[in-house]
Design a protein around this ligand. Structure first.
Ligand code: HEM
Length: 431
């Protein structure tokens, strides 16, 4: 038996977990280890933490990666659909569903695995996650406006009459200096995990699976979550050094999720397929951190409206105290009217809230030798026309923070509801 035959003979990698592939040369030992480790990950219910770390079920009523406790690492990718065939697009979504279901369980992307297949074929998993557990991986899919119609308004895949009215490219906001190569997209995939290699592995394998049907338009790596999506999490800090995520919509706030995040059954009659889903706003916001670092602590706090130490509103109390916007200070309200907290607060935006799920990024240095750093802002909302665009417009016009910000990327996606047993992502859209 040649080594190729012997490796073909071991194509029984179905269900083998990546942990089982540690030291993957010895097939028998690998499979035995895989069986035990595979049980550990695959059998875990959603959101449990076992020996292999946390894992979240891919299938469910809602897509994971929205209210799931925000993980520490992100790889986000927007794709252009390159095929003109609706059947090929549906086949892609089926293949993506299978691969995502497997990878979120800590399994290789394909059934054969990275080292078990025929030597004359590319492996159906790229291998860099061998030995790594699920790491809390969630994979969340979205559909951009350009999936429904092209730039000339032509229906691309027979979906135009199912495009939600709210799914239009975001308007231009003051301060936007958008790079088209970092903006828009027909499809998006948000991969979040505790381990960056696991998140990158997920995007890379989905791009590989999609070869011939999609190409990556842009992608963004993120580290250090800048929000909390569960009351069980402590509040992290953004690159300005301030606590971020204090007043975010949390998974435990079921009424707020229904009101501000989840698309309702009567929201849009031509988009019944989106009921139970959401809209995802993605904004790559460059932060002038060198300029920020030269501001006095008092000025920094006056720009945010909260203290840098505890994150409490400048009107006093603890981190979660309700801000008092009318409390007088020595020169106007103690929480300045133009600070970020005041400008974006629901009291000043018709009650609108959003579920923020952003990440810090540092993409090397810019032409001036400063850090190309910022916040990759991600927010899930029930309707961008009421819950994001007016807030962003107000922020762009009057927020003191804008002096330090430069938005270089922007996109909007409709995020379908969860995937049931035997279904594929977005099945109701194509039904
Ligand atoms: C680099 C850009 C940004 C930075 C550094 C930043 C920073 C912060 C900080 C420190 C807080 C206070 C803590 C908290 O409640 O989370 C906050 C709150 C908030 N931010 Fe931002 N933010 C940025 C961009 C945005 C954008 C683009 C929007 C939406 C248009 C936004 C919407 C909000 C909202 C809704 C709150 C909660 C307000 C409340 O309910 O009290 N932020 N942000």
């Amino acid at each position: 038996m040649t080594s190729a035959e012997s490796r073909q003979g071991s194509r029984s990698g179905h269900g083998v977990s990546r942990r089982g592939l540690i030291g993957g040369g010895a097939a028998a030992a690998g499979l035995a280890g895989a069986f035990a480790a595979g049980r550990a990950t695959a059998a875990e219910p959603a959101g449990t933490s076992g020996a292999a770390g946390p894992s979240y079920a891919f299938r469910g009523e809602h897509q994971a990666g929205i209210t799931t406790p925000a993980q520490d690492r992100l790889h986000f990718a927007a794709f252009d659909v390159t095929t003109r065939s609706r059947a090929q697009l549906v086949a892609l979504l089926k293949a993506w569903t299978e691969a995502a279901d497997r990878m979120t369980r800590g399994l290789p992307a394909g059934e054969v695995g990275p080292v078990e297949g025929a030597v004359d074929m590319p492996p159906d998993d790229t291998g860099e996650a061998i030995g790594l557990p699920a790491s809390g991986l969630t994979i969340t899919f979205g559909f951009g406006p350009t999936l429904f119609h092209d730039a000339a308004g032509r229906d691309r895949f027979g979906l135009a009459d199912r495009r939600p009215a709210a799914l239009e490219e975001l308007p231009h906001f003051p301060g936007d200096v958008l790079d088209p190569a970092r903006s828009y997209g027909d499809l998006c995939v948000q991969a979040c995990a505790q381990d960056p290699q696991v998140a990158v592995h997920a995007i890379r394998n989905l791009a590989r699976v999609g070869f011939g049907a999609v190409s990556v338009r842009w992608s963004q790596l993120g580290f250090g979550r800048t929000s909390t999506t569960s009351t069980s999490q402590s509040t992290p800090r953004n690159l300005f050094g301030f606590k971020d995520g204090t007043a975010n919509v949390k998974a435990e706030e079921t009424a707020a999720l229904a009101e501000h995040v989840c698309v309702g059954s009567r929201d849009d009659e031509r988009a019944d397929w989106l009921v139970g889903g959401s809209y995802l706003v993605a904004r790559r916001i460059g932060m002038g951190i060198e300029t920020w670092d030269r501001q006095g602590l008092g000025d920094q706090e006056a720009s945010i409206g909260r203290t840098k130490s505890t994150g409490a509103p400048l009107s006093g109390g603890g981190e979660h105290a309700t801000p008092d916007f009318s409390m007088p200070g020595s020169d106007g309200p103690v929480i300045p009217r133009g600070c970020h907290l005041s400008v974006v607060h629901p009291d000043h935006n018709g009650g609108a809230r959003m579920l923020r799920r952003g990440y810090n990024f540092v993409d090397g240095t810019n032409a001036l030798g400063g850090l190309d750093a910022g916040l990759f802002f991600l927010a899930y909302v029930r309707d961008p026309r009421t819950h994001f665009i007016p807030v962003q417009m107000r922020m762009a016009k009057v927020d003191a923070l804008m002096e330090y910000l430069r938005v270089t990327g922007s996109a909007l996606f409709a995020v379908p509801p969860g995937v049931g047993p035997g279904e594929h992502v977005g099945q109701a859209l194509f039904a």
